[in-house]
Design a protein around this ligand. Structure first.
Ligand code: SF4
Ligand code: F3S
Length: 104
C-alpha cells in the first residue's frame, strides 16, 4: 500500500485524489490519508503530489505514518475531487517537523 506522510500537513494539495483509480483517499482537517486495504498499489498518486507526501510502504519513512493512515481512513470522510488547497499551502511545503501540527 501507499502511505501519506506528514509532508501533506497544511499543504493538502489534493492532486492525489484526482488520479486515484479506486478513490481511497480520506480527508482530515489538514491532511489526507490512504486506506491501506483499498489502495491497489498502482503508484500513480506518488508523482502527482507537489509536497512529495506519498510513498510506498517499503519506504523507510512510511512506518511512522502507516498506523495513522489505517486509523483515520476509517474515521474521516472519503474525498474524490480536488478542492481548494489552503491559501498558504506553498509556505508549508518542505517545512520540517510538521507532525506536531497533525489534527485528527
Ligand atoms: Fe490510489 Fe494508486 Fe495511490 Fe493507492 S497507489 S492511493 S490506489 S493512486
Ligand atoms: Fe497531500 Fe500531496 Fe495529496 S499534499 S493532499 S498527499 S497531493
Amino acid at each position: 500500500t501507499y502511505v501519506v506522510l506528514e509532508n501533506c500537513i497544511k499543504c493538502k494539495y489534493m492532486d492525489c485524489v484526482e488520479v486515484c483509480p479506486v478513490d481511497c483517499f480520506y480527508v482530515g482537517e489538514n491532511m489526507l490519508v490512504i486506506h491501506p486495504d483499498e489502495c491497489i498499489d498502482c503508484g500513480v498518486c506518488e508523482p502527482e503530489c507537489p509536497a512529495e507526501a506519498i510513498v510506498p510502504d517499503s519506504d523507510d519513512r512510511a512506518a511512522a505514518w502507516a498506523e495513522a493512515n489505517r486509523t483515520y481512513s476509517t474515521q474521516w470522510p472519503n474525498i474524490t475531487r480536488k478542492g481548494e488547497p489552503p491559501v498558504d499551502a506553498d509556505e508549508w511545503k518542505d517545512k520540517p517537523d510538521k507532525a506536531e501540527l497533525f489534527s485528527p
